[in-house]
Design a protein around this ligand. Structure first.
Ligand SMILES: C[S@@+](CC[C@H](N)C(=O)[O-])C[C@H]1O[C@@H](n2cnc3c(N)ncnc32)[C@H](O)[C@@H]1O
Length: 190
């Protein structure tokens, strides 16, 4: 069994492979499927929910994947341990929406977090953000468009309404808990 998890303080063992990062991978089904489809990519996932980590380890084991590394904790800790300009793609799929106004400060997509995403993403790297909460999509769009380091790639409504061809549906997505169909926002690191 290869080394699958990182302890804080470990220096991530990055090599020449493209690096994709999934933040809040939940049960890990998206992470494992992308890893299986892209054996030449190193997939890194961060998730503090222990049952999710256990589920992801099961997927990794069952599919004998060797190109996945997990951080069982907050993605922000993991990102701090990464050098700048090393990540090619970031996936944030259905992050906790915190719909009540008094909880908005708990949302992941704050300005400091967006600055950290810009630091670890290579120029040309892509962030995919998906939510089924209209207000969280608008919140994210406003903050991402306020960052000169990111460019929103959408050219027509189909670009945010229709799933990209390489999207892998997640367990949370299937629950349809939001107030909208999934909204797909993609941003390029300028
Ligand atoms: C609504 S769930 C969606 C899970 C998964 N992406 C899916 O689509 O099935 C949001 C996930 O983000 C995780 N999460 C919340 N804050 C996080 C953080 N700071 N770093 C990493 N994961 C986080 C939660 O533990 C939870 O599993």
């Amino acid at each position: 069994m290869p080394e699958l998890t990182w302890r804080l303080g470990d220096r991530p063992a990055l090599d020449d492979r493209p690096v994709w990062l999934e933040i809040g991978f939940g049960g890990g089904e998206h992470l494992a499927e992308q890893a299986a489809r892209h054996p030449d990519v190193l997939l890194i996932g961060a998730e503090p929910f222990q049952n999710g980590v256990a589920s992801a380890l099961r997927h990794i084991d069952e599919r004998a994947l060797t190109n996945v590394r997990l951080h069982a904790g907050d993605a922000r800790e993991l990102m701090e341990a990464l050098p700048e300009d090393v990540v090619n793609r970031v996936f944030i799929l259905f992050p906790d929406p915190w719909p009540k106004a008094r909880h908005h400060k708990r949302r992941l997509m704050t300005q400091p977090f967006i600055a950290e995403l810009a630091r670890v993403l290579r120029p040309g790297g892509v962030l995919r953000f998906v939510t089924d909460w209209r207000a969280y999509a608008a919140w994210t769009l406003e903050r991402m468009q306020g960052s000169p380091q990111f460019h929103w790639t959408a050219e027509s409504a189909a670009d945010w309404r229709e799933a990209p061809s390489d999207h892998v549906s997640t367990r949370y997505e299937a629950k349809r808990l939001g107030d909208s169909a999934p909204l797909f926002l993609e941003f390029v690191r300028v």
